[in-house]
Write a protein that binds this ligand. Structure first.
Ligand SMILES: Cc1cc2nc3c(=O)[nH]c(=O)nc-3n(C[C@H](O)[C@H](O)[C@H](O)COP(=O)(O)OP(=O)(O)OC[C@H]3O[C@@H](n4cnc5c(N)ncnc54)[C@H](O)[C@@H]3O)c2cc1C
Length: 278
């Protein structure tokens, strides 16, 4: 498990440097720490608690490159109080950060293997740091395939980066649930992309993040193709407050998502995710 920050309650103030609208209702915030003495680093898949004074705190995964400490980015969908207030932030506004928290995608443990990154919707945001890591260390890995599904073409997150990822040696495949007249790509769930993929189960690891039902089907599909359930990693999402396993808000069976997760092996949570029959 990754170590929590030395003082998990310390809020580090940041300044918003840019706000980019990615898809309808989803923005990316570029942040820099106000205190130049702050040394912050994170692992792919970890999250921060972002704090808007007077409004509240939310758990949000880091979506930037772990190899570039000059940029801290979060990609956020507006759903409630905190995220709605965040959507009004502009360049120069302040945002507090606690973290980083939680477990990471085990990018070091899977060196030499083939990796399938399977994302649905906003689930691509917590996986993007892992994608950047694979690109930076491309020769350390076998085949790296990104399978990504969104509801419609306009919901495809980070669409302007896919060509760059392909040029860096990744196989990037996207699909949408509902096509439009100008969409010439795949239509169907991301699980159909996995079903079409040739893979060597003995050397394959799967990282998946997205709606829970999607992760269940991706995990079931991979295990059904012979990939070990201990080589399928899912990122859980539960409502959380403290981020350090004290308040119990995010308890999921014996697992506290904030400190034992969010990234866990599928074999650890398969019963809890109600997948028993395969
Ligand atoms: C580890 C982790 C990483 C996350 N990363 C991201 C990210 O990168 N980008 C992003 O947009 N969101 C992410 N989320 C979800 C995000 O934390 C919630 O959407 C956010 O806290 C909502 O805050 P709010 O005040 O705007 O909404 P609230 O007013 O708190 O909630 C609005 C509604 O959403 C429900 N809700 C809130 N949080 C969750 C949750 N975690 N799971 C299920 N239902 C919830 C509430 O019960 C309520 O019905 C992550 C959550 C976790 C646990």
């Amino acid at each position: 498990m990754t170590s929590p920050p030395a003082n998990p309650w310390q809020v580090m103030m940041t300044t918003v440097r840019a706000v980019t609208t990615e898809t309808p209702g989803v923005q990316t915030y570029d942040l820099t720490f106000d205190d130049a003495a702050v040394t912050y680093s994170f692992l792919p898949g970890q999250f921060n608690m972002l704090y808007l004074p007077g409004v509240g705190e939310s758990a949000l995964s880091v979506s930037s490159d772990p190899g570039d400490s000059t940029k801290l980015r979060h990609t956020v969908r507006v759903v409630g109080n905190v995220t709605r207030a965040m959507a009004r932030l502009r360049s120069g506004d302040k945002l507090g950060v606690r973290g980083p928290f939680g477990t990471a995608w085990p990018v070091d443990d899977v060196r030499g293997k083939d990796v399938i990154v399977a994302a649905g919707g906003l689930g691509l945001a917590p996986l993007r740091p892992a994608i950047y890591h694979f690109i930076r260390h491309r020769s350390d890995y076998g085949r790296v395939t990104v399978l990504y599904g969104a509801r419609t073409p306009e919901d495809l997150l980070f669409a302007n980066e896919y060509d760059v990822w392909c040029a860096a040696g990744l196989d990037v495949q996207s699909t949408v649930d509902i096509g439009t007249h100008d969409w010439h790509g795949s239509i169907g769930f991301v699980t159909t992309l996995l079903a079409r993929l040739t893979l060597d189960p003995a050397r394959t690891t799967v990282f998946t993040c997205g709606p829970e039902v999607m992760m269940r089907f991706i995990a079931a599909g991979a295990v059904g193709r012979g990939v070990s359930a201990s080589q399928v990693f899912v990122s859980l999402e539960r409502n959380m407050n403290c981020a350090v396993g004290l308040c119990g808000h995010c308890q999921f069976g014996p697992t506290f998502v904030c400190k034992d997760g969010p990234v866990v092996t599928f074999d650890r949570v398969r019963q809890l995710l109600l997948v028993e029959n395969f």
